[in-house]
Design a binder for this molecule. Structure first.
Ligand SMILES: Nc1ncnc2c1ncn2[C@@H]1O[C@H](COP(=O)(O)OP(=O)(O)OP(=O)(O)O)[C@@H](O)[C@H]1O
Ligand SMILES: CC(C)(CO)[C@@H](O)C(=O)[O-]
Ligand code: BAL
Length: 283
């Protein structure tokens, strides 16, 4: 696996593959890699001739009181894991490479990015859309892979890619969970042993709420009950717990079409997000 930091070296490596008419997949990450990221790499490996992973902790998508400074960084373990999963190229740009002096352009997606995480983390999705647009224009991949764990992010990236005609096929990959149900996330590293147990209430409550909605209970009552359960389990703040249309992310007050239950809540100092498909027979 090639490890590249400079934009010029990246261009050279990619030119060789493009000249050979090889298809290129991009897996954008912020590092501190786990099996969830590896599911993206494996899916990319299965669909493309060459797989590029990027690691960049993007300052633009962190709010002023968020965890940019303490975000976990473990480059050599990440590189080992990626190589083991058949990644061909790891690109680790510096902030100065992506946002050189004078950089002044932001990509802002309205509609789908406005509610939920967009409301709870002002500026977050503009930061995500901007860096993903930069990663796409730098690598010019045929396809890119993102996790359904960040469900709204996936919808924002699909919208931006279509609106700007970036010509990248976006693939969503199902959430990878620990055996006990907690969605894998780099931020789980912040949880102490008690908080790790409390955190399990998030996937459990999503499953219970999905079952209750499918059993015909009133949606608003189910959502209120779910928030109560999360508070009782020790979550100190619940940013949202909502039933939404899977494509538009608009809230639903009754079951209709392709639905997701989405939630974000804080345990200790850690903000966790999760979501679950609501579909007859399975959740
Ligand atoms: N458990 C998971 N299953 C599938 N994909 C995942 C999972 N966790 C993260 N991803 C995906 O990996 C990509 C990179 O995510 P990122 O590096 O932010 O990791 P993360 O674990 O989500 O970190 P964080 O704790 O900051 O949310 C995103 O597309 C994200 O949706
Ligand atoms: C897509 C992404 C790599 C952009 O920084 C980030 O938001 C993430 O890791 O999900
Ligand atoms: N995993 C999405 C990136 C973020 O929370 O900033």
């Amino acid at each position: 696996m090639q490890i590249i930091r400079e934009m010029g070296d990246l261009a050279l490596a990619l030119r060789e593959w493009r000249d050979a008419r090889l298809t290129i997949a991009l897996v954008p990450t912020m590092g501190a890699l786990h099996a969830g990221h590896m599911a993206l790499v494996d899916a990319a490996r299965a669909k493309a001739d060459r797989v590029v992973a990027s690691i960049f902790v993007n300052p633009l998508q962190f709010g002023p009181s968020e965890d940019l400074d303490r975000y976990p960084r473990q480059e050599s373990e990440d590189a080992r894991l990626l190589e083991h999963h058949g990644c061909d190229l790891l690109w680790m740009p510096s902030a100065a490479q992506l946002y050189p002096p004078g950089y002044a352009t932001t990509v802002s997606v309205s509609g789908v990015s406005e509610r939920w995480d967009g409301a709870a983390r002002p500026g977050h999705f503009a930061g995500v859309a901007t860096v993903v647009a930069k990663l796409f224009t730098s690598v010019r991949p045929d396809m890119a892979f993102f996790g359904e764990k960040d469900f709204q992010q996936l919808a924002v990236i699909r919208r931006m890619t279509a609106d700007l005609g970036l010509g990248v096929t976006i693939h969503g990959v199902a959430t990878v969970r620990d055996a006990d149900g907690l969605a894998l996330s780099s931020r789980n590293a912040y949880l102490n042993a008690d908080q790790r147990v409390q955190a399990l209430a998030l996937p459990r409550t999503l499953e219970e709420a999905a079952d209750a909605i499918l059993a015909g209970e009133a949606v608003q009552a189910v959502l209120d009950d779910a928030k109560g359960k999360l508070s009782d389990a020790g979550f100190s703040r619940i940013d949202y717990f909502a039933l939404v249309d899977a494509a538009t992310l608009e809230p639903l007050d009754a079951p209709l079409g392709d639905m997701r239950l989405i939630a974000a809540a804080v345990v200790g100092t850690t903000r966790l997000i999760d979501n679950i498909r609501v579909i007859s027979g399975t959740v």
